[in-house]
Design a protein around this ligand. Structure first.
Ligand code: CA
Length: 233
């Protein structure tokens, strides 16, 4: 599953440069040229990382960063701030506001890519693991095999990708739309009820012979893989 990165930058040539280079690295890239537009986008779906310019029309990067940190869904969202040279005091303020890292313009693209990789690794070590494990469920990405309590679980390709997506982010609640974007891709149209069908199949396969259900249905919100299931309260 490729990491999704939102680039918030009002200088169009820089946005395009970043979009091109991030896509070439295999990331899924979204862009916004205004702070208020980015704020709206981030309320609808949470990417894996945000590259956020300091000076933006609509809403400043610093204010957006502050708002993101105030919301539970984006409290730990990795943020790299872009600042102009000579904004020393502002840089310090940027980190104080909750950005994870900052980089000074003009910067080299390889350096930004290295910072992004480091931050993603730190934020989500599961992303790079070849075997994911949550509770008694194991997913081996190299062998493309899933087991529960050591017994193989048969899953169709879509159910496998769905489980992989949820296991990379245990505990996090995803809307049907976010699951569609993350598992099926954002450029194809599929009815959101399709998600329910595949979650149902995945659940049935995982739970065959077991009584505790690791998949949590959050009424009115979506689904999550329970990161506490199987643990004593
Ligand atoms: Ca700017």
């Amino acid at each position: 599953m490729n990491a999704r990165i939102l680039v918030v930058e009002d200088e169009a040539p820089l946005t395009e440069l970043l979009r091109y280079n991030l896509a070439a690295e295999g990331y899924e890239v979204e862009t916004a040229a205004r702070g208020d537009d980015a704020d709206t986008m981030l309320k609808e779906a949470t990417p894996d990382l945000v590259v956020l310019d300091w000076m933006l029309p609509g809403l400043s990067g610093i204010e957006l960063c502050r708002r993101l940190r105030a919301r539970p869904e984006t409290r730990s969202l990795p943020i790299i701030m872009l600042t102009a040279r000579g904004e020393e005091s502002e840089r310090v303020r940027g980190l104080a506001t909750g950005a994870d890292d900052y980089i000074v313009k003009p910067f080299s693209v390889p350096e930004l890519l290295a910072r992004i990789r480091a931050l993603l690794r730190r934020a989500n070590p599961e992303r790079l693991a070849s075997v994911l494990a949550v509770g008694d469920i194991e997913l081996d990405r190299e062998k493309k095999r899933v087991s529960r309590a050591g017994h193989p679980v048969e899953l169709g390709p879509t159910e496998y990708r769905l489980l992989e997506f949820l296991m990379e982010r245990p505990g996090r609640v995803f809307t049907r739309e976010q699951l569609l974007d993350g598992v099926w891709g954002s450029d194809i149209y599929i009815d959101e009820r399709t998600v329910d069908v595949h979650v149902g199949r995945m659940r049935k396969s995982l739970n065959r012979g077991y009584t505790n259900d690791p998949i949590r249905t959050v009424r009115g919100a979506g689904y999550a893989l329970d990161d506490r299931y199987g643990k004593a309260d």
